[in-house]
Design a protein around this ligand. Sequence first.
Ligand SMILES: O=C(O)CCC(=O)C(=O)O
Ligand SMILES: [Fe+2]
Length: 278
Amino acid sequence: MPATGAPRPDAASAGRPAGAPPDVVRELTEDALLALTRREVAAIHVREFYPADAARAVAVRALDHPELGNYHKAKSGSVGRVFTPHVDTAWDPARIDAYHRSARASTAAARAVFAPYPSPIDLLRVRLEELWPAGAGLLRLRGRACFVGALRVFRPDDSELFPHNDRIDQETDAPEIAGITEQLTANVYLATPRAGGDLHLWLREPTPDESATIRAVEGLDPESVGPPALTFRPAAGDLIMFSSAMLHAVAPARDEPRVGTAAFVASRGPGEPLAYWS
Ligand SMILES: O=C(O)CCC(=O)C(=O)O
Ligand SMILES: [Fe+2]
């Protein structure tokens, strides 16, 4: 995340003719990751990163999982998640302790949801380790392992993620987050609705006022942010990675649940390993 937090509305379209759509890269490569972390491309969208049949077979398991709960903030509370992601530690020492105490067990349980298939997030972890110049590893905060591999459930006509961004420096002041220059989110979609469920990207960071609203309720009024720069309609098995420090939103699913599994990925530049967590 740029330390300034300055909006960079045209970052992903710099050098392109006015009105030309920003670049979306279709393959997960070293160059694609470097370009994404430098905001030279808007997103990486890999079709069939994971077999669609396996994705759909597993998605139903998230819908009635015993660990299915909801995000804690006013504007994100309609969205279900399996296992507690770091954002829900909410600066509360007891919740932070519980998050780290259960991190390894939750990661193993998230992996087990996919059995006998491999977890898409595990596959992504290996690819990041292979591709990034300095490798990749699990984020530790105050020396304690994070959880990775959260599942998200958007129930039809109910769940919506309003325009927001995600930044680890708004969730913790642990010394390990020093030097982070960009935070990506990586979503692998397991089930997607026929109608609704689009992913919108604005390709700019929130203003200071917008940031304050996001910190309080985790979402902006869609009318207030203008039209998105990019809209994605993901299919089961797709991987989409983009800057989570920039504004993004998920429209409500209309007919069937939208299920995905996700990890955040922090970059400190090519000379340092990527760090991932949920
Ligand atoms: O489900 C998605 O498409 C994106 C969800 C999101 O807000 C994120 O990954 O940070
Ligand atoms: Fe997000």
